[in-house]
Design a protein around this ligand. Structure first.
Ligand code: HEC
Length: 130
């Protein structure tokens, strides 16, 4: 996927006029289609997007707008369970950059995504899961 983004970026920079005719993923900011690819490569090993389906982590169906620790039947760490945050775009952005910075003691062993554009795409995708 990153290869594809790089190719698209090169294409766009070489032929700037093409930009207006390109409507595919990876060109616009906060692209849910590109975010789905980020999800599949970085999150799907531990998270399902189906309601009620918990894996190593809780399902992320409906995550945008819900409270921390709210998935029934999932055994959260006390840190995540008691974090008392709402998963809005701003909180998700901080968390996905550095999970341990937002929820110290989380059992989510994932380092985070440093690229803000990738996080924006991913959050746009998460917002479609409802
Ligand atoms: C190695 C497995 C793993 C990976 C990879 C992973 N997670 Fe998690 N995630 C977890 C676990 C485990 C928890 C529960 C944390 C706890 O209870 O402390 C969690 C919790 C979460 C929560 C809080 C859910 C809630 O209901 O409060 C969110 C949001 C989340 N993950 C998003 C993501 C996203 C988005 C990605 C991809 C960038 C990702 N995670 C990658 C294992 C993972």
């Amino acid at each position: 996927m990153s290869g594809r983004i790089a190719r698209v970026a090169r294409t766009v920079s070489v032929c700037g006029t093409l930009l207006t005719s390109l409507s595919g993923p990876a060109v616009l900011a906060a692209d849910a289609g590109a975010g789905k690819s980020v999800f599949q490569s970085s999150c799907s090993i531990c998270h399902s997007v189906q309601p009620g389906q918990n894996k190593i982590g809780p399902t992320l169906f409906g995550v945008v707008g819900r409270k921390t620790g709210a998935v029934p039947g999932y055994s959260y760490s006390p840190a995540n369970e008691g974090a008392n945050l709402t998963w809005d775009a701003a909180t998700l952005d901080k968390y996905l950059e550095s999970p341990k910075a937002v929820i110290p003691g989380t059992k989510m062993t994932y380092g985070g995504i440093k690229d803000p554009a990738k996080r924006a795409d991913l959050i746009a995708y998460l917002a479609t899961l409802k």
